[in-house]
Design a protein around this ligand. Structure first.
Ligand SMILES: Cc1ncc(COP(=O)(O)O)c(C=O)c1O
Length: 362
């Protein structure tokens, strides 16, 4: 018998979230961002749910190859562009559009031999200071690209640092508009938080976390507020129960101390499965679809839960660490992430390879 833990990818929830993205994106076309192996869901497992996108945006050339192998003939965008000159050969062969964010990437393009000119997304650094040309360098980069026979279309993009928070996007939008207003070409600005929270002119939006049913601005808003559906469930079972007396302690470090007699359950899930060790006592969890909490420290392969609200729970009871539970119950990944001091993105990307994961169509 394998350990009872497994992860499910909900195909129709991906499609539903993509439809929600379109509703927020106006006339813009939608890149489904599938970097990091579709935010941990697996490109092949996520593909069916996201195939209604206008294109896929990602980082790894190997992931782009996997999408072509799945039969995707539409646009693919490399969000960080090429990492070395020979990557351009694969761009030519697979017809990949690529971001150009630094002058070295233009040098490589200028030296690249291709029969098929490339479409590039010229990236401006409008304030995040991660990738892209400054406002002053942008025009020179645009002129160089425009003069290259290897390039047939230049689009413009930037990325927001604070679309999910109070600082917002106004400063970055103003910087981008000032630097690009008289340049031709399509524009791509919005990530998930900007799609949901700001109305902007985009020809292409780049929707990542929105597709995967996590709220980019949790806890200000949750997935119910935004009309999103969880796309990943991590579930397991109870493998033991314990009856505690007052003063009994639980787990490594004995951090949980029972004040009264109580029953607890031991779940086959630990940090080696990708469940965060930073989740302390009180992290929400569902047992047989009923909400309860974790107790004590998460170990490598196990964690403990409070069975006080669950008289009937026994070995074999279903435990939902996040996602969909039985009888329509739900536990948003954002709530668990918050208990760990992180964001839903990190949890979905970190499910360990030892956890079997499969797509569930409905
Ligand atoms: C350049 C770029 N665009 C879009 C996205 C998608 O972001 P989100 O998942 O918040 O929609 C990312 C993700 O980090 C990104 O790096």
């Amino acid at each position: 018998m394998p350990r009872p833990i497994e992860a499910l990818v909900h195909t129709e929830a991906l499609a539903q979230n993509l439809a929600r993205t379109r509703a927020g994106a106006g006339d813009a076309r939608v890149w489904a961002v599938v970097k990091a192996n579709a935010y941990g869901h697996g490109i092949e497992r996520a593909f069916d749910g996201l195939r209604g996108a206008d294109g896929f945006a990602l980082l790894d050339l190997a992931e782009a190859e996997r999408l072509r192998a799945l039969g995707w003939r539409g646009p693919l965008l490399l969000l960080e562009g090429c990492f070395e000159p020979r990557d351009l050969e694969l761009c030519s062969r697979l017809n990949l559009w690529h971001v150009v964010h630094c002058s070295e990437q233009i040098d490589w393009l200028a030296a690249h031999k291709t029969h098929q000119p490339h479409r590039v997304f010229l990236k401006m650094n409008s304030g995040m200071n991660r990738l892209g040309f400054t406002a002053t360098a942008l025009r020179g980069a645009w002129a160089r690209l425009d003069a290259l026979p290897q390039v047939d279309e230049i689009s413009l993009m930037t990325h927001f640092a604070d679309a999910d928070g109070e600082r917002g996007i106004a400063g970055q939008v103003a910087a981008f508009e000032q630097a690009t207003h008289d340049l031709p070409g399509e524009r791509s600005l919005s990530n998930s938080a900007a799609i949901l929270r700001h109305r902007l002119r985009n020809d292409w939006v780049r929707a990542g976390i929105l597709c995967y049913g996590s709220a980019p601005d949790f806890p200000e808003h949750d997935i119910a507020h935004w009309g999103l559906a969880p796309t990943m469930t991590l579930r397991s079972r109870l493998i033991a129960t314990q009856q505690l007396a007052p003063g009994d302690r639980v787990g490594y470090g004995s951090t949980f101390n029972a004040v009264a007699s109580m029953r607890i359950g031991i779940v086959a899930c630990g940090y080696a499965d990708g469940y965060p060790r930073h989740c302390g006592s009180g992290t929400p969890v569902l047992v047989d679809g009923v909400r309860t909490t974790t107790l004590g420290r998460v170990s490598m392969d196990m964690l403990a839960v409070d069975l006080t609200p669950l008289r009937g729970a026994a070995i074999g009871s279903e435990v939902t660490l996040w996602g969909r539970g039985p009888a329509g119950s739900l536990l948003a990944i954002d709530e668990v992430a918050r208990a760990a001091g992180t964001i839903g993105y990190e949890l979905m990307c970190a499910v360990a390879p030892r956890v079997p994961m499969r797509a569930e169509p409905s």
